[in-house]
Design a protein around this ligand. Structure first.
Ligand code: HAM
Length: 425
């Protein structure tokens, strides 16, 4: 028989880690919903053309797309990110601006798999469409920052830059290309190849050989239009006013081509250099238009769940825990009383687990200890006969036998009140 394993770059997120992911998303939602962002769930695949707008010269489009022709002959791609889908949704549904949405979900990129870099990876993110206000940039960037603070992360640095408007950006790219060509022999082979595809991305090279050439490269600030420079100055002033610490990094270019004006990245210093960007984003004025919608400014970010949790582990914050169970029921008679009691307790709002297959008292008590429950409710032969149960505190080992009918009241007074679950009838 063949034995199957996950394919490279994919993983099972097992319990209790998967519970931690859910909690991560819950906290994220509460942070961004407090700022008026609403949840959006776009499809996981779209027509390839939606994602080609990320840039002909980007690795995401040229090398990493999971694309295929479906049975109806459509050229489809699994989403490599969410922003293009959100812009396509805006162009399709034309909501009233500003449209502020958040999302969470998987993305697919055929990357060289390694720790912190996967082929299926999850992000949470926000996008705000329809407002060109630098105060919106400040709000968006500060929300990402606030979320990291709420997780307890302290070793996160915020880098920001402006890539200017479309014209500024292309004049800068031209200047970069001329400069890098003048020193091409000093560049690494990889950087020379990148130069052919996308001169901007040469600035991203982390190879020591390229460092001195990059250090002398022209800076974007000299190419910014007055409007773009004023916008960027307002963003910096706004972040300063909110006490969000940041560093302007003129070499920050990001991996996708749609960025205009503000770009930013959150870097976790606790992680290895190659995978230390835990989140990033920026403005993408022009993307909605490229996808067939009206001219619409937009800004947002996406945070990598995998990498952010690696940073949490490195800083020993936002620990992984299993959900707590209130009560573990030990039924050594025939298991049916455990079924009835667990059902009744759950309806009353308690969480309850139990053992199966008529295990011995010893084995069921071991399972109770493993479950993390604070209390075991034990029903043996004598309890079954006189309609009682023994309630045992698993940390102190104190126990008391009470009528089953009084169990819920007893639990309410020992572990606290619970809200009954709603019944359908
Ligand atoms: P991105 O920089 O490609 O931007 O991805 C954002 C974050 O997703 C990264 O900082 C990283 O934490 C995580 N990430 C990216 N690729 C991988 C991977 N292969 N494995 C694990 N984690 C990964 C975007 O996706 C843009 N859509 C962000 C944005 C939103 N810009 C504007 N709005």
């Amino acid at each position: 028989m063949p034995s199957f394993q996950t394919t490279p770059g994919t993983r099972d997120i097992l319990p209790p880690q998967a519970g931690r992911w859910r909690e991560f998303t819950r906290i994220f939602a509460s942070v961004v919903e407090s700022a008026g962002f609403e949840c959006l769930i776009p499809p996981m695949f779209e027509e390839l053309g939606v994602f080609q707008r990320l840039g002909d010269a980007t690795d995401v489009v040229t090398k990493e797309m999971y694309d295929f022709t479906d049975k109806g002959g459509r050229h489809i791609a699994l989403r490599p990110e969410h922003t293009a889908s959100v812009c396509r949704a805006y162009a399709q549904h034309r909501p009233t601006p500003p449209w502020k949405v958040w999302y969470s979900g998987s993305n697919f990129r055929y990357e060289k798999a390694q720790a912190g870099r996967y082929r299926q990876f999850d992000q949470v993110g926000i996008e705000a469409l329809g407002a060109d206000d630098p105060q919106l940039d400040v709000e968006v960037i500060a929300l990402g920052w606030q979320f990291y603070q709420e997780l307890g992360l302290r070793d996160v640095t915020l880098l920001i830059n402006s890539l200017g408007d479309a014209g500024d950006r292309s004049r800068y790219v031209q200047a970069l290309e001329t400069y890098f060509r003048s020193r091409i022999s000093e560049l690494s082979e990889e950087a020379q190849q990148t130069l052919e595809r996308n001169p901007l991305r040469v600035l991203d090279s982390k190879r020591p050989q390229d460092a001195s050439v990059i250090a002398d490269a022209p800076s974007i600030s000299a190419f910014l239009s007055d409007d773009a420079a004023t916008h960027f100055a307002s963003v910096c002033a706004g972040l300063t006013a909110l006490d969000v610490p940041f560093t302007v990094n003129e070499r920050l270019v990001r991996g996708l081509d749609y960025y205009r004006r503000t770009t930013f990245e959150y870097i976790a210093s606790s992680l290895d250099n190659a995978q230390n960007a835990v989140g990033g984003g920026g403005r993408y004025d022009g993307l909605v238009e490229d996808l067939g919608g009206p001219a619409t400014p937009g800004i947002g970010f996406a945070l990598g769940i995998d990498r952010t949790l690696m940073a949490c582990d490195a800083e020993d914050v936002f620990a992984c825990g299993s959900p707590e169970i209130d009560v573990f029921i030990v039924d050594t008679v025939d298991g049916t009383r455990a079924t009835a009691l667990a059902h009744a307790l759950r309806q009353s709002g308690f969480s309850a687990d139990r053992a199966y297959e008529g295990r011995s008292m010893k084995s069921q008590m071991k399972a109770a200890d493993r479950s993390g429950a604070g209390i075991a409710v034990i029903i043996g032969g004598s309890e079954a006969e006189d309609g009682t149960c023994t309630v045992r505190n698993l940390s102190t080992s104190e126990q008391i036998t009470i009528p089953v009918g009084e169990l819920q009241q007893h639990l309410q007074s020992t572990i606290g009140p619970r809200e009954p679950r709603r019944r359908s009838s």
